[in-house]
Design a protein around this ligand. Structure first.
Ligand code: TRP
Ligand code: ZN
Length: 879
């Protein structure tokens, strides 16, 4: 078990490793009551080591040590020291072979780190520090080795034995056992090691690379999932082609494997040549998964594949550099998704996640820079800041350099650092060297936490035809960081004339206008930009396409927002204007029972609903009201119940006023004959289901008929679950329970669909109160050992069902605290992730914050708290 007083690890204390491991030879003997791991390491002193370290230090966690041999001689007690989390071997030679035998118990591993069992199969998760749960090893990413792995297991139960690289040998053994040996020619850090053993079916395909090499593609799943691999395979091939076309990156091994496992702490893992996926992030069929799942799968398959270059070939020197691979790879997968679908919609989705969740993280007690300076438990730093803000930082470099120089920079980065473990600074330097641009100030994006706030003022000088914008930036204090320096911010904008056309933009002193969208570069605390030749007061369209992860304050009037909604040439800002208008209207209603909904919002929505010439994908997004989570994020001393009711009133007012338009919209969006995940079809299903949901929300009888009909006749899960969700959130109690039962009867054998069934209920503002959620925990399909089930019930309740989670008696908070305490021993990573909703207690009005604080305190009191939960709870409660 882990210690109780976790220590803080600092970037400033980084030292190169004292010893390197050139080669790792592993032999796994897999049994039902445990596994024996024989590891042979070729170790040598690191010529670059700074101190004359005498002793070899290897990390370990939950291991039973059976023996240690050095150059063939068994070490006796006294010749090494087993400190549990550390194995010390004093006075070793400059180069030697170390053999270590450990015994582990995968069948009892509920943490899902290291080697564990999931639905009868053995699998691994080694990032970030799971390899040390398999054997003693210098478990840090700057130790890169070549691996040879032999797996031995019972042949009948585990016919498939997989590891990284190529299979070089296989054969039968006594007692019905067999073995396969794998060799990975590419040196890699231990976190990329993987092993799978199970009774799996293999789905095969092939891909010919740009240089004509033939690659074997294989997806391994349990037999019952054999029909759900097609979409992932297609996505993989698209991702491979895209990385060749856009980055010039070709796959390097002869075989690429994906395995689906049901019990997984995160989404997926990019192990070299053997990606392991959470089933819910790879398996799909139209009947059983939604459009959202299809899109998520395409993005995650691509993400893990892209890591082969951005992460594996070039990896991280230490875990402070995590965003080197994650930020860059999210940027890459997000561009890929944009190219495969609608770029504007993808941008809206990325910005929504960032503004709702990453901005919240950046303003809370766990705020940290994209390159953190310290951590206690690295698993806690797989955050929205590292991933999403990290991706935005790379995107800003792309914006500043332009596509061609960015490509030159990425080419230089891959060429210069192939086979190395490097830092975010190395990445930025490659971009600088290839482009000739100075990114010195830009580096602050990696070092300073907190979301920059831009305050924009303008004035128009009619006589001089000059429009002046004054932009001020400030960056809020975050834990341990005050008095921040101004950052280098690409600020894209346009100006609309009275007819809604973009004005050509010329800054004072320029001879000719430089286009109608300009990317201004903010570097100082205050900038004044003067646009000349402007013959009437324009409406500014600011931060076009969300050119930087910042907040923008500008006092647009509602009429100006309406104007931008219908005229802005920037799709993202058309959407954003609509969001701002809706936020403004909801806020006006908050706590004012007699205020009514501004008819301008109703008109704007009516126009959108009936505008069949507009991009329907964008229309579908524009008709979604800002979420409660976003509204909370925008307020101080947030009162959840008031926000919830204000938003509800707006929704009901819109649904009532637009009833006929919604029905017409519903009828217009006829289901496509063949299910396809094109932006058009996704938009059509999204509009149809939105219309249904709004109408059922106000208890419309006709919509009720339509929903029941849709539920029973749907041929795809988007429509079936759309109807189910609408009924669950309707006042029709009988239909609600009957449809839920029918759905469960139909799908109870498919765990992924059961997850949806759970989350629709746990997230329901109508029926998902705490008592209902507790009943779900007692349901036969619920499983405390399965992270997906926990996320779908507890996570959905605390993260999406805000009105019930934030009951003012604090019952929701105490429930979450009890759940965290319960999970802390069995799966600390999942327990720590569940803390997130409580960490922002200071954001809320007193009636809420007190209860949230008490809940955190009750978690803090638990004996033997894991390092994961300890770090979050203590940082959240610190003054
Ligand atoms: N590297 C993985 C990704 O982003 C993340 C990941 C998968 C992970 N499993 C994990 C991180 C377990 C920490 C712990 O694709
Ligand atoms: Zn990743």
């Amino acid at each position: 078990m882990r210690t109780n007083q976790p220590k803080t690890i600092y970037l400033s204390e980084y030292r190169v490793p004292d010893f390197l491991v050139d080669h790792v030879d592993l032999r796994f003997e897999l049994f039902e009551d445990g596994a024996r791991v024989h590891s042979t390491l070729s170790v040598r002193r690191n010529p670059e080591a700074t101190g004359p370290a005498e002793q070899l230090e290897l990390n370990g966690d939950s291991l039973t040590l059976e023996s240690v041999h050095l150059d063939g001689r068994e070490l006796q007690a006294g010749q090494f020291e087993d400190r549990g989390e550390l194995l010390l071997v004093p006075s070793v030679p400059d180069a030697f072979e170390l053999q270590v035998v450990t015994w582990i118990e995968p069948q009892n591993n509920t943490r899902l780190e290291g080697l564990y069992k999931s639905s009868g199969m053995f699998c691994t998760q080694c990032e970030a520090e799971g390899f040390r749960c398999i054997t003693y090893f210098p478990d840090r990413p700057d130790v890169m080795s070549r691996y040879r792995t032999r797996i031995e297991a019972d042949k009948a139960s585990y016919p498939i034995l997989l590891s990284n690289g190529n299979d070089v040998e296989r054969g039968d053994l006594d007692g019905g056992r067999h073995f396969v040996t794998w060799e990975d020619p590419f040196p890699k850090p231990s976190y990329l090691f993987a092993l799978v053993a199970g009774d799996l079916v293999e789905k095969k395909d092939r891909f010919t690379t740009m240089s004509g090499r033939d690659i074997d593609l294989r997806i391994y799943v349990e037999p019952r999932n054999a029909t759900k691999t097609g979409h992932a395979m297609d996505s993989l091939k698209r991702a491979m082609r895209w990385d060749e076309e856009v980055y010039g990156r070709e796959y390097d091994l002869d075989i690429f494997m994906i395995v689906a496992v049901d019990d997984f702490n995160m989404g997926a893992m990019e192990n070299k040549g053997l990606n392991i996926f959470n089933s819910s992030c790879v398996l799909a069929s139209p009947e059983s998964e939604t459009d959202m799942a299809f899109q998520r799968i395409e993005a995650i398959v691509a993400h893990e594949y892209f890591h082969n270059w951005s992460g594996n070939r070039v990896t991280c020197r230490d875990w402070f550099q995590l965003s080197l691979k994650e930020g860059f790879t999210v940027f890459r997968d997000s561009r890929f998704s944009a190219d495969m679908g609608s770029p504007t919609v993808k941008r809206i989705e990325d910005a929504t996640l960032l503004r709702t969740a990453q901005f919240a993280e950046d303003a809370g007690p766990m705020a940290h820079p994209v390159r953190p300076a310290s951590y206690m438990e690295i698993s806690n730093f797989y955050t929205l800041t590292i991933y999403e803000k990290g991706a935005e930082v790379v995107r800003m470099i792309h914006t500043l350099l332009g596509p061609d120089l960015f490509r030159k920079g990425s080419d230089l980065y891959f060429q210069r650092h192939d086979g190395q473990a490097v830092t975010t600074d190395d990445f930025v330097r490659a971009m600088e060297d290839a482009s000739g641009r100075d990114l010195g100030q830009f580096r602050l994006w990696y070092e300073q936490a907190g979301t920059p706030v831009l305050t924009v003022e303008d004035d128009y000088d009619e006589a001089g035809q000059v429009y002046r914008l004054t932009v001020r930036q400030s960056i809020p204090d975050t834990p341990g960081q005050t008095g921040k320096k101004p950052q280098h911010i690409p600020f894209a904008l346009g100006l609309l004339d009275q007819d809604g056309n973009d004005l050509p933009l010329a800054l004072a002193g320029e001879e000719a206008p430089g286009g109608s969208t300009r990317v201004l570069e903010l570097t100082d605390e205050e900038h004044v930009f003067e646009f000349t030749g402007i013959d009437s007061r324009p409406v500014p369209s600011l931060l076009r396409d969300f050119s930087a992860p910042v907040r923008v304050n500008y006092p647009w009037s509602r009429d100006q927002l309406m104007f931008l909604m219908s005229h802005d040439s920037d799709g993202f800002n058309r959407w954003d204007a609509g969001q701002r208008l809706a936020v403004d209207v909801i806020r006006e209603l908050s706590g004012h029972a007699d205020a009514s909904v501004d008819d301008r919002l109703v008109q704007a929505c009516r126009t959108l609903l009936n505008d069949q010439d507009a991009d329907q994908a964008l229309v579908a997004k524009m008709l979604q009201l800002p979420s409660e989570a976003y509204l909370i994020e925008l307020s101080d001393g947030a009162d959840v119940q008031i926000i919830h009711h204000a938003r509800e009133r707006v929704l009901k007012a819109l649904a009532t006023a637009l009833r006929d338009d919604l029905l017409a919209c519903y009828r217009r969006q006829q289901p496509a004959e063949h299910y396809q995940v094109t932006p058009e079809d996704v938009a059509s299903r999204s509009l149809r289901n939105m219309a249904l949901a709004w109408l059922l929300h106000i208890g419309d009888e006709q919509a009720r008929e339509l929903a029941l009909e849709q539920f029973h006749s749907a041929t795809n899960m988007t429509d079936q679950s759309g109807a189910l969700r609408a009924l669950v959130n309707s006042p029709f109690g009988d239909d609600r329970s009957r449809t839920l039962d029918a759905f469960y009867q139909q799908w109870h054998q498919d765990p992924q669909v059961v997850e949806q069934w759970f989350s629709i209920q746990a997230a329901s503002p109508v029926s998902g109160d705490l008592a209902a959620v507790r009943r779900l925990l007692e349901h036969e399909a619920f499983d405390w050992k399965n992270p997906n089930k926990i996320r779908c019930v507890v996570g959905a309740f605390a993260g999406q069902n805000l009105a019930h989670f934030h009951e003012q008696d604090g019952s929701g908070y105490q429930f979450l605290a009890d759940t965290i305490r319960r999970l802390d021993d069995s799966n600390p990573q999942i327990a720590a992730r569940l803390c997130a909703p409580l960490t922002r207690w200071r954001k809320f009005a007193h009636v809420y914050s007190e209860g949230m604080r008490k809940a955190l305190e009750s978690v803090r009191e638990k004996d033997g708290l894991s390092r994961d939960v300890y770090e979050i709870v203590h940082k959240s409660l610190a003054d």
